[in-house]
Write a protein that binds this ligand. Structure first.
Ligand SMILES: C[S@@+](CC[C@H](N)C(=O)[O-])C[C@H]1O[C@@H](n2cnc3c(N)ncnc32)[C@H](O)[C@@H]1O
Ligand code: SF4
Length: 375
């Protein structure tokens, strides 16, 4: 599969710096290092210049993810935003405690159109378990600073299945998030990475939460849909027309360019992942070279399987013509009979029950996955 001849229309920029490291997080992050933010922005812009030829003239979405992009020195963050291509959707991930009226105005004046705010929970006890810096009032304050600065497209991230959380705590978290009236919500089940100090600290409780996760997922979907949001992707909900355009590009199998340490790019038949270490990244770009990275050749069938797996996360059908080679016909018939998959003319999607079972159904649909008992 070749990249579109017009070039790549989706740009991801990784800003890894955080004030501290939350116990559950395994993203590519660096604590503090304020004195190094300027050099990192220089390196990002140098990498952009080296890769500029793969970008289309009209970039559609830009996403600044982290780490904590809003922890970046404001002057450096503004310099970066001013130097990136203009786009109809420019999203920045923000941690509540970093959002002041000044920061909100800086984002707005630098062309940011959408902010994804990491609330995670509104319960001080659960926020402490997650080792978050922000309390519930910081989340609310940040939200209103963003509204006051003119943002009409705000997303809140929530996590569920936190040690010590029960269904009534989750109900309160969902109610608190909905009370703010965000345009978009992302709700993730807590993933505990084996071997982390978080798992060490909360092992038995995490195992208990794992068993309750399916129930929490249904509670999340039912509550948010009842509040009038569209469940448009497994973990994502929006007001009509407010899907996350950048993430939609991933789920629809579009090409994207990623800049920064640990960032991934997929362009035509090539995927590359920049090494996560800061020093070699800075050194290479200071010498005018591409940073160290892993390359992966993507053949057509691999991209088709990815297209199917990601496409079925959405509430819109996947055209069969785009994924036909990846679907096992016997599994398709079986899953359709079980009411987990539905075929319409020329396309394929999961039913509501299929969406709750999610990845397992998709895996079975892909040629050569052993059958499961769904009864
Ligand atoms: C790149 S991360 C962090 C963004 C931002 N620094 C923050 O902490 O809010 C984006 C989102 O991924 C989710 N996330 C991070 N680690 C997770 C984990 N272990 N399990 C589930 N969700 C996680 C959180 O909801 C977070 O807001
Ligand atoms: S602030 Fe966000 S990115 Fe940084 S460590 Fe915490 S969860 Fe991870």
């Amino acid at each position: 599969m070749k990249s579109a001849p017009q070039g790549v229309r989706h740009l991801y920029v990784h800003l890894p710096f955080c004030a501290h490291r939350c116990g559950y997080c395994d993203f590519v992050t660096l604590v503090g290092k304020r004195e190094g933010h300027g050099a990192y922005v220089d390196a990002l812009l140098a990498e952009l210049e080296l890769e500029r030829e793969v970008l289309a003239e009209g970039v559609e979405t830009v996403f600044l993810g982290g780490g904590t992009p809003t922890f970046t020195e404001p002057r450096e963050l503004a310099r970066l935003l001013d130097s990136l291509p203009r786009a109809a959707e420019v999203t920045v991930e923000a941690n509540p405690e970093t959002v002041t009226p000044q920061l909100a105005s800086l984002l707005r004046e630098s062309g940011v159109t959408r902010v994804s705010l990491g609330a995670q929970s509104f319960d001080p006890r659960l926020l402490a378990v997650l080792e978050r810096r922000a309390g519930p009032d910081d989340v609310r304050r940040a939200f209103y600073h963003l509204r006051d600065a003119g943002f009409d497209n705000i997303s809140l991230d929530l996590i569920y299945g936190i040690p010590g959380q029960g269904p009534s705590d989750l109900e309160r978290d969902l109610a608190a998030a909905l009370a703010l009236g965000p345009e978009h919500l992302s709700c993730y089940e807590l993933e505990a990475k084996p071997g982390t100090r978080f798992v060490h600290a909360w092992g038995a409780e995490l195992a208990r939460q794992e068993e309750a996760m399916e129930g929490y997922f249904e509670q999340v979907v039912e509550t948010i849909v009842a509040a009038g949001y569209r469940w448009y992707e497994t973990a994502n909900f929006c007001r009509e027309g407010r899907q996350a355009g950048h993430n939609m590009a991933y789920w629809l199998g579009r090409d994207y360019l990623g800049l920064g340490i640990g960032a991934v790019s997929t362009v035509g038949e090539l995927r590359w992942r920049n090494a996560p270490k800061l020093a070699p990244y800075l050194a290479a770009l200071a010498s005018g070279l591409r940073p160290p990275r892993e390359l992966e050749q993507l053949d057509g069938p691999t991209r088709v399987v990815e297209r199917l797996m990601l496409g079925l996360r959405l509430d819109r059908p996947v055209p069969l013509a785009e994924v036909a080679g990846a679907v096992e016909p016997g599994a398709l018939d079986r899953l359709e009979r079980l009411g987990l998959v539905q075929r319409t003319v020329g396309s394929l999607g999961l039913t509501r029950r299929g969406r709750f079972l999610g990845g397992g159904v998709t895996a079975e649909l892909i040629a050569e996955t052993p059958a499961k008992d769904y009864n």
